[in-house]
Design a binder for this molecule. Structure first.
Ligand code: NAD
Ligand code: 0WE
Length: 265
């Protein structure tokens, strides 16, 4: 019997089979969890319905997190199928593409800053708020996905770095606020992975190559590895862990000079 047996998990952010959310769904399904999914915009609907069926789920709801109405409707609809929710997995982010390319000070705008923070950070607490009633009394947990750009600067990540810094602070404040109700709140800070969100980024391939060479494990991580860590963090095996940012990055964040293997003599 899998260690997620009996858990009802809502996963936001499946857009393709490459999505980190898909790696998480795969691992949680393997461990016996019951899953529900959301999609952003009607264009993605049929695709997510198909993926959900592959994980034995027919619970698929629209949710663009910029809309309070859609967030409320999500839990209203889900409550007709489930008597409660054990976990919410927040696997989404957005900043305008034009602000993820070039000099941070030059390309950042008020509108882009606000949108990045709204979608990538505010939405996490908004979901916790709207889902609180369904999560009551179940020792549940919330999980989100972050990136090292929250705590270090790197080329082009720009305003997304600030949004992830806000998201990580959100994890700590939500952990404090929801801990008394028995709800744990954590994040995984994943190494770079080629997903749809990454496909839109200039020189992502070059970054992946560089990153692999500078990582202790000498390779990049996979959505399966993130999925396994996510499944653990959302399970009762992690009952003592809250407010934590767990790095699943092959050790990249722990080194100061990476590797000298590529350096010129
Ligand atoms: P992805 O493109 O597969 O997923 C991103 C998801 O965000 C999509 O499903 C998209 O529909 C959703 N989304 C965007 N705006 C939304 C909105 N307004 N409402 C609802 N959903 C919205 O890419 P991914 O790489 O799997 O990204 C998932 C998470 O992982 C993000 O938080 C990302 O920052 C994080 N992350 C990614 C990497 C990486 O290298 N790929 C590394 C670390 C963390
Ligand atoms: O969080 C992310 C990417 C999130 C993302 C991606 C896009 C591309 C398309 C947010 N918004 C958008 N907007 C779009 O229009 N990652 C951790 C992956 C990522 O993105 C980078 C990275 C890494 C790593 C951008 C620049 C530098 C590194």
């Amino acid at each position: 019997m899998g260690y997620m047996t009996g858990k009802k998990v809502l996963i936001l952010g499946v857009a393709s089979k490459l999505s980190i959310a898909s790696g998480i769904a795969e691992a949680m399904h393997r461990e016996g969890a019951e899953l529900a999914f959301t999609y952003q915009g009607e264009k993605l609907r049929d695709r997510v319905v198909k993926f959900a069926a592959g994980w034995d789920s027919d619970l698929v709801f629209p949710c663009d997190v910029t809309s309070d109405e859609q967030i409320d409707a999500l839990f209203e609809d889900l409550s007709k199928a489930w008597d409660g929710i054990d976990c919410i997995v927040h696997c989404l982010a957005f900043a305008p593409g034009s602000e993820l390319d070039g000099n941070y000070v030059d390309v950042t705008t008020r509108a882009g800053f606000n949108l990045a923070h709204e979608i990538s950070s505010y939405s996490f607490v908004a979901l916790a708020k709207a889902g609180a009633k369904m999560m009551e009394g179940r020792n549940g947990s919330l999980l989100t996905l972050s990136y090292l750009g929250a705590v270090r600067s790197l080329p082009n990540y720009n305003v997304m770095g600030l949004a992830k810094a806000s998201l990580e602070a959100n994890v700590r404040y939500m952990a404090s606020a929801l801990g008394p109700k028995g709800i744990r709140v954590n994040a995984i800070s994943a190494g770079p992975i080629k997903t749809l969100a990454a496909a839109g980024i200039k020189s992502f391939r070059k970054m992946l190559e560089h990153n692999a060479k500078q990582t202790p494990l000498r390779r990049n991580v996979t959505i399966e590895e993130v999925g396994n860590a996510a499944s653990f963090l959302c399970s009762d095996l992690a009952s003592g862990i809250s407010g934590e940012i767990l790095y699943v990055d092959g050790g990249f964040n722990t080194t100061a000079m990476g590797s000298l293997e590529q350096a010129a003599e």
